[in-house]
Design a binder for this molecule. Structure first.
Ligand code: TYD
Length: 218
């Protein structure tokens, strides 16, 4: 984000930290990589903060319950997109921007690309509409780098087969295929910041690649 007084977010100037995000379908191993990166950077002396979506704040935790409750099968796509954006607005203002202003490294376990892929494409709301909604929610905040962990959805979902399904995980496989296609498209659209990684590689190989990419910044 441009560090100027014209920033659309009140007080968003003066950001000195970094914001790295991880994206991918369910079962792609994002959370494992978030934890590995957090430990690695903390070991190098950085102050690190992990932001999780949805639900990384007290308000967000309530929004998360509404969003993922399997009984809410009738939720409108637009309602869903608005709730994810509301959770994100809270997270950005309460967690991400204050941490970045203090020079911390923030690692996002999902961010706006999730909404573009899941709500914009897979739910069919349209990329433009969801991008506009989220611009309002997050101002001009853009991740420094985004690691997209890519793999065939059948394999990814099989990794999670032993666990209970929330409302979105429980969507049919075609929905998750559309999410993957969307992520591939987004990685081309935002090629300046998205790094595509084969999620079938070992966790060590993936972590090594993440560290190499970060070398450009830290
Ligand atoms: P979560 O349990 O956090 O899953 P994961 O470990 O895969 O991140 O559930 C989040 C679910 O919400 C997941 O199915 C992806 C979906 N989601 C969206 O549809 N849009 C969004 O903007 C975000 C952040 C998540």
């Amino acid at each position: 984000m441009a560090d100027t007084d014209e920033s659309p977010l009140p007080g968003a100037g003066g950001l000195s930290g970094f914001f790295f995000t991880f994206e991918g379908c369910e079962g792609s191993g994002k959370t494992t990589q978030v934890e590995l990166l957090k430990e690695y950077l903390a070991g190098r002396g950085f102050e690190v903060l992990v932001s999780r979506e949805p639900g990384g704040t007290a308000v967000g935790a309530r929004i998360r319950e509404i969003l993922l409750e399997p009984g809410h099968a009738g939720m409108e796509p637009l309602t869903e997109a608005l709730l994810f954006a509301a959770d994100r607005a809270q997270q950005v203002t309460e967690v991400i921007l204050p941490a970045m202003r203090r020079g911390r490294v923030v690692i996002g376990d999902r961010f706006v690309d999730s909404s573009l892929a899941y709500q914009g494409v897979a739910r069919g709301l349209g990329l433009e509409a969801v991008a506009r909604l989220n611009e309002w929610a997050i101002g001009g905040l853009e991740p420094t780098l985004t690691f997209y962990l890519d793999m065939p959805v059948e394999e990814a979902l099989a990794r999670k087969s032993g666990e209970g399904h929330d409302r979105i995980e429980g969507e049919p496989v075609e929905f998750h295929r559309a999410v993957r296609e969307a992520y591939i498209m987004l990685s081309k659209l935002y090629a300046h910041r998205v790094v595509v990684i084969d999620a079938r590689e070992s966790r060590e190989e993936i972590h090594a690649r993440v560290k190499r990419e970060l070398g450009r910044f830290l």
